[in-house]
Write a protein that binds this ligand. Structure first.
Ligand SMILES: [Zn+2]
Length: 146
């Protein structure tokens, strides 16, 4: 199975594959099935925004993923049972929305790393600016400890 991590904008052309929203809400005109387990919303109502440092962002978002681990596993198992060959997880972020940033600041990058750890055989495509992985340093540090 392959998972595309991408923007709603880019997903418009992916008309033949299953598309899901992993954002808190969707842009006008989109109504993909929502995966709340991946929504970047910290318990207690605080939104996870680009105001956070990459390290804090990753720490908070990893907690969200950990809290939702059963739902995430259920979603993945469901896709395996359906034999879904390819699907897209969509968020608002793309380079044209974050012109002031060197790297795209998007939780979908972290979703990729998280699922890869649980299901190493799943392939990922980091699309629409996500190839420039600004979390790389943090992840490299982690691998050193393993
Ligand atoms: Zn995003």
């Amino acid at each position: 199975m392959k998972i595309l991590l991408t923007s709603f904008q880019h997903s418009k052309i992916l008309t033949t594959i299953s598309r899901f929203s992993v954002a808190r809400w969707q842009p006008k005109g989109f109504s993909y099935p929502k995966l709340y387990c991946f929504s970047p919303r910290v318990t207690g109502g605080m939104d996870l925004t680009t105001e956070f440092s990459p390290k804090d962002y990753k720490t908070f978002y990893d907690e969200i993923l950990e809290d939702n681990r059963n739902e995430i596993k259920e979603f993945m198992m469901e896709q395996f049972e359906l034999a879904t060959p390819i699907l897209a997880l969509c968020c608002w972020c793309n380079s044209s929305r974050q012109k002031d940033r060197e790297h795209l600041y998007c939780h979908t990058i972290l979703i990729g790393h998280y699922i890869k750890k649980q299901f190493p055989y799943v392939e990922f495509n980091y699309c629409d600016g996500r190839d420039k992985d600004w979390f790389a340093d943090i992840f490299l540090g982690e691998e050193d400890n393993e």
